[in-house]
Design a protein around this ligand. Structure first.
Ligand code: ACO
Length: 181
């Protein structure tokens, strides 16, 4: 069989339909169309895509994985108490990961690991950025293993954070500190 040849690139407006479809397929939560518009147009959102260049024409640039994130002011975040504030250069920020996904047939190849490592590298390059954080539903073991392996720290368990089909589920809050926080 073909050997996948994974490339990482920014998400662009041509990715809209595929991005929506994958979100629908793999997340239990519904995302509004404004969210997808903001992602593909890069309005207040930073994102990266994974594609498999070895796929036949017409598919070689199609999303097979993605990560989406937004900037949050550290002071206004729910982990404001965990941040070290020492800057006279401006306001400290955090990157909050909104969604991360890899289509099923491409899992267990390290693609999510590369996507999240890319976010950490990006955050580390921004001197005012103090960390990358996210919520994960408490039963999502593959995702939790991934964040643990990447040395994220689990700093909170949030009771009933997610409401899915009228049922509450706990979330873990994971943080990866950068730039001395
Ligand atoms: N060969 C063999 N195994 C490998 C390789 C490799 N080259 N590279 C990594 N692996 C293993 C890892 O060690 C890991 O093993 P483990 O599960 O025993 O710990 C496993 O493969 C998965 O790691 P990755 O390949 O980096 O992750 P993947 O690309 O499969 O994506 C993800 C993980 C994103 C959680 C995927 O399962 C998914 O899309 N799930 C549905 C959506 C989801 O849950 N998203 C996260 C929600 S949290 C949030 O969005 C903030």
């Amino acid at each position: 069989s073909r050997r996948p040849s994974i490339y990482y690139r920014p998400i662009n407006p041509n990715d809209l339909d595929r991005l929506e479809q994958i979100h629908r397929d793999i997340f239990p939560i519904k995302y509004e169309s404004e969210f997808f518009q903001s992602v593909v147009n890069g309005v207040g959102i930073v994102s990266w895509a994974a594609v498999d260049r070895s796929r036949p024409d017409g598919h070689c640039d199609e999303l097979i994985g993605f990560v989406t994130a937004k900037f949050v002011l550290a002071k206004e975040s729910e982990i404001d108490d965990l941040i070290c504030y020492d800057s006279s250069q401006g306001e400290e920020t955090l990157i909050y990961i909104l969604t991360l996904g890899v289509v099923e047939s491409y899992r267990n190849h390290g693609i999510a690991m590369s996507l999240i490592s890319g976010v950490i590298r990006y955050a580390s390059g921004l001197s005012l950025c103090r960390g990358v954080y996210l919520h994960v539903i408490a039963y999502n073991n593959p995702a939790i293993r991934l964040y643990n392996r990447l040395m994220f720290r689990c700093v909170r368990r949030l009771n009933g954070f997610y409401l899915i089909k009228r049922q509450h589920f706990d979330a873990f809050l994971f943080v990866y500190f950068v730039n001395g926080s």
